[in-house]
Write a protein that binds this ligand. Structure first.
Ligand SMILES: C[S@@+](CC[C@H](N)C(=O)[O-])C[C@H]1O[C@@H](n2cnc3c(N)ncnc32)[C@H](O)[C@@H]1O
Length: 259
């Protein structure tokens, strides 16, 4: 299964890259062991652009970015930067060869259904006192774009393609994430939710972005049906967002440390 397409993602990922810029800017410096610059791991690194922004921070030394999508890893690896390594990996099974000072993850954890396994593996990748900063979509009062895509997928026109297929995403509240992280032995210092909006300018631009981000659904459909599926989702989502080109989404920033 190819999963996310790195080249197409890089073409439409202005929103993700802007979120990455803000995410990197808001990171508090973490000390590396023995006076070294910090060793950082980026779980679900995607096209690697945000990983490289983090690698450019003055207090960061080595960075490892991993992602289960071969197409994302190959796009990320195509621009070589000293001190940054990209590899295939899944956050629910990831094992660090050497402990990290900081684990980060941006907009990947809501695509991982086993949140407990993800947090356990991120905790184990950290040195004692190492920190985790993860930001992703959380549960909110308004249905998310992923919720709408799943509602359409299980509706009358498409359900036959999704028989026995679990939803690809999971959204939990900040309280649920706090409890899960605490249950793995991480000490949670923050779980702040922001409600954000991004104006794509036109319905066509929003549709193009959704086409790249909807592979978890469209990979179950024949290629000539992808456009119709995406259009049905964006039409239904326009009712939720009150616009056919504005994306409204919640971001939870979870901050924790390994004891
Ligand atoms: C929206 S992209 C975010 C990529 C990048 N972090 C960014 O902000 O541009 C979500 C990424 O999560 C990755 N992902 C999905 N399941 C994952 C898993 N089990 N472990 C690690 N990453 C995963 C996808 O392959 C995809 O690259």
């Amino acid at each position: 299964m190819p999963g996310w397409d790195g080249e197409r993602y890089a073409e439409v990922a202005t929103l993700q890259h802007e979120l990455g810029r803000r995410f990197a800017e808001a990171l508090t410096p973490v000390a590396g062991s023995g006076g070294r610059a910090a060793r950082v791991v980026d779980a679900g690194c995607g096209d690697g652009v945000v990983t490289r922004m983090i690698a450019a921070l003055p207090w960061v030394g080595e960075v490892v970015g991993f992602d289960p999508s071969p197409l994302m890893v190959s796009t990320a690896s195509s621009s070589g930067v000293p001190g940054v390594v990209f590899e295939a990996g899944d956050v629910t099974t990831f094992v660090a060869e050497e402990p990290f000072d900081l684990a980060v993850s941006l907009n990947a954890l809501h695509w991982v259904r086993d949140s407990g396994a993800a947090l356990t593996h991120l905790r184990d990748a950290l040195r004692p006192g190492g920190r985790l900063v993860a930001q992703f979509v959380s549960e909110g009062a308004r249905p998310s774009l992923e919720d709408v895509a799943q509602r359409v997928a299980t509706g009358p026109a498409w359900a036959s393609h999704f028989a026995g297929v679990d939803p690809p995403h999971v959204h939990r509240t900040a309280e649920e994430w706090r409890a899960l992280a605490g249950g793995t032995g991480l000490t949670v210092s923050g779980a702040e939710v922001s409600d954000l909006a991004w104006d794509f300018g036109t319905a066509a631009a929003f549709e193009a972005w959704c086409t790249v981000g909807f592979t978890a659904w469209t990979e179950h459909l024949p290629a000539d049906a992808h456009g119709a599926f995406v259009r049905e989702v964006t039409a239904a989502y326009a009712e939720v967002a009150g616009s056919d080109h504005v994306f409204r989404f919640q971001q939870l920033r979870l901050e924790a440390a390994r004891a």
